[in-house]
Design a protein around this ligand. Structure first.
Ligand code: IVH
Length: 749
């Protein structure tokens, strides 16, 4: 949490300072939003001089004043990065009524509420725009930041100040407040903007959301100014004084402070009322004049929201109930094969362009060969068993951000000469065999990094957002460098040797497509800046199958450094191999008569296979530690371990690691945590919170929660009815406290 600015004692100076600040802001705003500022340049300069004098003389003002230094400053060529004081998360999704009832069940179970107790929620439209975090200090908007990757966003303060719905000065606001909401564009404004753009020969936008994002993320705020952006406030992360005890009242207070809040926000008692309000909102959807893609449901009581807390990327106290997808019919002109990062051969539909929910769609996914053939992974028919062929009339489906897909086919319109689709068994990019393993729905190219498509896709992933995110090195440049024989980038390590290789003779890069002296320098600097990389990003960037952003974070939090992680993986290798053999054995057991039979047989086969391999004990321990981590399933463990054990891949990873300084993990949120790094066991009944809640809180504070007491246990929390665990803890001399002791230990941490 950011610090509250100190109280400034000298009332008069303080008053003068804030008066000047207001005056300067108003003038600045006029300058940016109108052509005729109401204050003469000389007066503006005098006021600014006095203001800066005060800032110089009273360091207390500096924090509040930093943003003002931008007044009259030249436009920079990139946005400054902002690390969010509290990460900007996303929401879990619900797709039907049952998902909402399940959400309510889970929330109540987590809180340990009795069956009859009806919980109050709020339900409000989910605005299809882009989220923005607004920080106010002493009532002045000092920072506006986009979501970015959730942890770091872009500083778009100057642009946000041009948006009429965003107050830049608030009377009677808490000293510090950070408000979140959605920037969006209305349908009418979007149409008019596109018409203006087209007339001026500029690019038009695909939909209102893109138009809003493109308009907000302008380096020159003067371009944002005439763009008709709007803003709804719906959340907050920091408030030096709480505004109210419930979600709905806080939203009302925000409206009173001058924010626009959505008029369809309602309090709802229990899931059935939420569903009724969802139906209401859906019925009004087409008349709202702006895009919404669902309804967000939130637990109303803020104390309960705090108890529920967060999973790794989503709050437990909220869910997004999405609207059903939008549909359209068109002709399937052909089926192309794309080879992805992990070698997957993906059939892609080439469509006669069609508008679906306001976006022109000409490509859509067809998933895999089974999907095209009209069956699911278990061989059961889908779409009533209808297959899809080039030439067919197909239904295209799109939901929000989701890649459009082909959902249905109209057999009555099938051309007579339409041929069934056959997925190639060799890779169209490199000619290697494309193999479909037992139990996998996907056929994959076996070329590994020798397949140019795989190598290029991996590199693109490596430099993408969330991974290394290197400015000036995007998908287009990767394509270029991959094919460049003078200065190639064929594996990640090559990125970091690029500057040295280029410096060895006359710069080969300069004067090439889109590269001038300055941009070469910038690129090398951007690469240099990323040598120092957080562990979780590196793990995600490697592009190992199943190791996504969440797994990357989980692994980083667990192993804390690159060295311990690689050592543990090397140690676990024999156990991983045994597991893989057992997996193969399992695959032969798929035909067993009943599911139960099958499970029993699989266990037998797996145990026998593992027993056959002479796995050292420490390997088993390292493997169990890996897959025993929250969120790391055996599939992730196998894939990770497989990549590290593959000689070629490992060599490439080692070459990369040698170029980097990988940052160790300092557990977040736990600097002041009394239980960080401790192993805690809960036993007996908890009365003020449920076991799940206690566990989640402890983990959020950096503790490891274990189910059994051992020498490694640091703390036992024992409620009434505690039995053998408490006894064992006493024997081992482990500190034992009760629930109240636990609550006072973790306090408000
Ligand atoms: S509440 C902790 N309320 O949806 C997250 N989000 O899928 C709190 N969004 O990133 C978010 N309308 O950009 C909330 N009424 C609403 C919303 C809303 C749109 C967006 C927001 C968020 C995304 C999550």
């Amino acid at each position: 949490m950011a610090k509250t600015p100190p109280d400034i004692s000298n009332e008069q100076v303080r008053e003068e300072f804030f008066e000047l600040q207001t005056l300067l802001w108003a003038a600045n705003r006029e300058y940016h939003t109108q052509d005729s500022p109401s204050i003469a340049d000389a007066d503006f300069d005098a006021a600014k001089r006095r203001y800066l004098e005060l800032v110089d003389a009273f360091p207390e003002f500096r924090k509040v004043a930093t943003q003002l230094s931008a007044i009259g400053a030249p436009v920079s060529d990139t946005f400054a990065k902002v690390t969010h004081a509290v990460p900007m998360l996303s929401l879990a999704n619900a797709f039907d009524d049952q998902d909402i009832r399940d959400f309510d069940d889970k929330v109540r179970r987590y809180l340990g509420l009795r069956d009859k107790q009806v919980l109050r929620y709020t339900a409000e439209p989910k605005i299809d725009g882009l989220s923005l975090s607004l920080r106010y200090e002493n009532g002045i908007l000092v920072q506006a930041a986009t979501r970015g990757d959730g942890e770091t966003g872009e500083n778009v303060t100057a642009n946000a100040r041009t948006i009429a719905d965003i107050p830049y000065r608030i009377e009677d606001a808490p000293t510090v407040m950070e408000i979140r909401g959605e920037v969006y564009m209305s349908h009418a404004d979007f149409e008019a903007l596109n018409a203006r753009q087209a007339e001026a020969g500029n690019k038009t936008f695909a939909n209102p959301r893109n138009a809003a994002a493109g308009s907000l993320r302008q380096l020159d705020a003067a371009v944002t100014r005439p763009r008709p952006l709007r803003f709804f406030a719906y959340a907050w992360v920091e408030l030096s004084d709480s505004l109210a005890d419930t979600q709905i009242e806080t939203i009302e207070r925000l409206a009173a402070l001058g924010f626009r809040t959505n008029p369809l926000t309602r309090a709802c008692d229990g899931p059935e009322e939420m569903l009724a309000h969802y139906a209401d909102i859906e019925a009004q959807r087409s008349m709202l004049g702006y895009d919404i893609d669902g309804v967000v449901c939130k637990v109303d009581d803020l104390a309960l929201q705090r108890r529920l807390g967060f999973r790794s990327t989503t709050p437990r106290w909220a869910i997004a109930h999405k609207f059903p997808a939008e549909l359209a019919w068109t002709r399937l002109e052909g089926i192309d094969i794309q080879v992805g990062r992990t070698g997957a051969l993906s059939p892609v539909a080439r469509l006669a362009p069609v508008t679906v929910g306001g976006v022109v769609v000409s490509n859509a996914t067809l998933h895999n060969e089974d999907y095209i053939a009209g069956r699911d992974a278990d061989g059961n028919p889908i779409r009533g068993g209808k297959d899809i062929r080039a030439g067919d009339r197909v239904q295209v489906y799109r939901a929000g951000d989701v890649i459009p897909k082909v959902a249905d086919v109209d057999l009555s319109q099938r051309p007579e000469d339409a041929e069934p689709f056959v997925l190639p068994t060799v890779c169209p990019e490199c000619g290697s065999d494309a193999v479909r393993e037992e139990g996998d729905a996907i056929r994959r190219c076996t070329g590994g990094v020798i397949c140019p498509a795989q190598a290029v896709e991996r590199l693109k992933h490596f430099v993408a957002r969330g991974a290394f995110d290197i400015d000036g090195l995007g998908a287009r440049q990767i394509e270029m460098f991959y094919r460049d024989d003078a200065l190639p980038i064929r594996e990640p390590a090559d990125i970091f040797t690029l500057a040295a290789r280029d410096a060895s003779s006359l710069s080969k890069l300069q004067n090439r497509d889109g590269f001038g002296e300055k941009s070469v320098e910038n690129l090398f600097q951007a690469i240099e800046d990323k040598r120092n990389i957080p562990l979780d990003r590196l793990l995600f960037a490697l592009g190992i199958r199943h190791v996504g952003e969440v797994a990357g974070k989980d692994l980083a939090r667990h192993y804390l450094g690159w060295e311990p992680l690689t050592k543990a993986l090397d140690k676990a290798r024999p156990a991983a191999l045994a597991w893989r053999m057992a997996d193969a054995a399992e695959a032969t057991e798929r035909d067993a008569a009943t599911a139960e039979d099958r499970r029993a047989r699989i266990k037998e086969v797996r145990d026998a296979a593992i027993a056959q391999c002479d796995v050292p004990e420490d390997a088993t321990a390292a493997w169990n530690d890996l897959i025993g981590m929250d969120g790391i399933a055996a599939t992730v463990g196998l894939s990770l371990s497989g990549a590290m054990a593959n000689a070629e891949e490992r060599a490439a990873i080692d070459r990369l690691a040698a170029e980097l300084a990988v940052q160790n993990v300092v557990p977040r949120n736990t600097a002041s945590s009394p239980v960080a790094g401790k192993t805690v066991v809960f036993t007996g009944t908890m009365q003020k919170m449920t076991r799940a809640e206690a566990k989640a809180r402890a983990e959020a504070l950096g503790a490891k929660v274990s189910g059994s007491v051992s020498k490694k246990t640091d703390l036992l929390v024992a409620g009434p009815g505690a039995g053998s665990k408490a006894k064992k803890a006493t024997e081992l001399g482990i500190e034992t406290i009760d629930e109240d002791g636990w609550i006072s230990l973790i306090g408000d941490a």
